[in-house]
Design a protein around this ligand. Sequence first.
Ligand code: SF4
Length: 470
Amino acid sequence: MLAEIKGLNEECGVFAIWGHEKAAEMTYYGLHAMQHRGQEGAGIVTSDKEMLYLHKGNGLINEVFQEGEFNRLRGSAALGHVRYATQGGGGYENVQPLLFRSQRNSMALAHNGNLVNAYALKNQLEAQGSILQTTSDTEVIAHLIKRSGHLAMEEAIKQALGMIKGAYAFSILTEDKLYVALDPRGLRPLSIGKLGDAYVVASETCAFDLIGATYEREVKPGELITIDDTGLTTTSFSSQMQRTLCSMEYVYFSRPDSNLDGLNVHASRKTMGKQLAYESPVEADVVTGVPDSSISAAIGFSEASGIPYELGLIKNRYVGRTFIQPSQELREQGVKMKLSPVRGIVNGKRVIMVDDSIVRGTTSRRIVRLLKEAGAKEVHVRIASPPIENPCYYGIDTSTKGELIAANHAVDDMCEIIGADSLAFLTTEGLEKSIVNESNSHEHGICKACFTGNYPTEIYPNTVLPAYKE
Ligand code: SF4
């Protein structure tokens, strides 16, 4: 599905490398592979062991970086970030990595996720005299680390990590070290790889593939990794907990060629589609998926049901970001610009339209209408995830509860609202079965809180939704 019209947005992507002569260029390519995780801003900080060098800006990675920038970004270590700007949280100052210079040592931070106690920590920091320059959680982490400046850096980071709560996968680059940490529940994805002798870190493994790096392992929940010229050392900053990796990474956010916890995203989506076909079969002539993220599930549905998969919807790949428009009327136009039904395929047919999720329902309604206008006799909507009834507090903009169609309507009502002939969702058990199995269940739990309302961490009274963070 198309993130910008769906109201479902990933927060960010992080990439870092240590020990490579083309560190900045490799980071550029790594970020390029993860551009789908954020299109509003991008930045790279490098270290030549004496100084940190920064370039960042608003826009896509290839808009922010021109060839000349790489001459300035010196050194064999780099940290990069692509960002999705939350509402009111845009602006150059919030583009990451954030760079903090000081006399003792400088540091750059890049972060993916959301702190559920950021509001309380900001109040506390301000009451103690800190002046925050940005509205991002990342700066809070930096201040907490700097407050423990009398300690060795690793200890200062551990102390700061002990104070923050929520979902975070972040990297810190100093002149002589790279630090990587994942929250105690492992809500956000973060992997370690090797490129020759260099260490690489990325939110998604598709970044490794693009630069020819090999995957080594996941960063473990509650792990703090330190990388420098002597190699990699690891320590734990919290007691061992069952991982609860965001299941929406499998459903929708991650690229199909990425592996999360060793499980390929395309393969897991196909299993979701198969499971959906077993759970909610329907007689029809063709199965089609809403491009791009629903194609894998649609193939799975087709395989399990025996109903042929067809390209009933085509995505126009050359629509630029300028078509992200807020008004209802322009959004309406947006779907027509971005998706076209294939009349020759759907005309006179009973169509199963597989989509990954429904957030507000407006996009589903428009796509059903597009298919019917193109002659589809019936449109049966099958959603390869459970109904999203609860907001996410962990860095995914899923809209507020009032905007979530499934939070306010029963499935029959939703079916009527979107104008479909039938509507069914994957069950929560079906989702879990598609991702977690006996062989991987020790390491591999998932978060399903937006479906079930059972949040894996405390949620503080003042936790601000990512979409309304500021
Ligand atoms: S609440 Fe939903 S979107 Fe948020 S981390 Fe959990 S599974 Fe992912």
